[in-house]
Design a protein around this ligand. Sequence first.
Ligand code: GLA
Length: 393
Amino acid sequence: MQHLGLGPTEILPQFLVPVLASFRQEFGEPAVLVRSPGRVNLIGEHTDYNQGFVLPAAVDRGIAMATSPRSDHRYVLHSLDLDRRLEGDLRKLAPHTERWPNYLLGVVDQLQKAGKSIGGFDLVYGGDLPMGAGMSSSAALECGLAFALNELYGLGLDRLSLAKLSQAAEHSFVGVKCGIMDQMASLMSRKDHVMMLDCQDLSCRFVPFHSPVKIFVCDTQVERALAGSGYNQRRSQCEAGVALLQKHAPEVHSLRDVSLELLDAHRAELDPVVYRRCLYVVEENLRVIAACDALEREELAVLGGLVNQSHQGLSKAYEVSCPELDVLAEAAAALPGVLGARMMGAGFGGCTINLVEAGAEDAFVQGMAPAFAKIGKPPKIHSCAPHCGTERL
Ligand code: GLA
């Protein structure tokens, strides 16, 4: 930690130091400094775009952004972690051939489409969030910039609007038809709580998350190529299931409205793959509700069991895991002191989330070494704690 003298008592996180130093060197003193977190998700995967339930939390890892307005219509983007820089004209926005600027340009595009008047800006960012590892570095970027520009240009948008336009940015400029979990978690979370989010009406219930459980994330270091992968395909398969079920039950608008009984009654008419996808989503929604109850009652073994079941569903029925995720999740679940473990996020690579009893942390880290050896990767394990959403520093 280093005292940078921005506020009378402010101690800034270490990851902010290079961002601030680089911004000062290039552009002078920043007008706005923002911290935008990544997230974990305890349970409820691939349920958000099916109008279901999720149980995420922003974490104490994220992206720091420094920005100032410019007097012209240009943007300057500088990613410290990627060591990339891009300049352009705000009046000629289009998706870039490189992926990284699109999370940012997409947000500016959405603000413009919402009729918000944005002038030019300089931006430097960097952080301590593993990129593309399933901890929502994309949403941290989108929400961070949306939040920063809202502050910089006094746009008066609330956090919910910022979350929605960040999601729309990912759809239009990145090409991933993501749900809204990551953006809501990044913007809305509260310290030491997880957020039970109903993706149908976007209501949030905050559940205290106490110290008997520690969260560890294990990174397979298998890169996820979300847009080119099966993410959008899973979404279409769920929509195909809804279209068929709707013919019999007009009240069904999403898998959220589908019961196990209804699904079973029409199993024969559904393509077997579509049936498996739908069954997973309907069951996962039930698991989220049960997990949230278990957490509130501090029935930690029950919570862990549900997390393990979630992994099995994601791996076998939804088929978004990969061999490395399976090895890490199954090895973790078998270790003493581990309540539950599963793949986290979109899948196809990235991280597992592991709920570990307090006191078993060291044994967990040591116990995972053989599993990392088995997948041929050096151990990469991060501990994280539920933290507040995007904030101005
Ligand atoms: C990605 C998406 C989210 C969600 C998860 C899977 O993180 O951005 O909207 O669908 O995958 O649960």
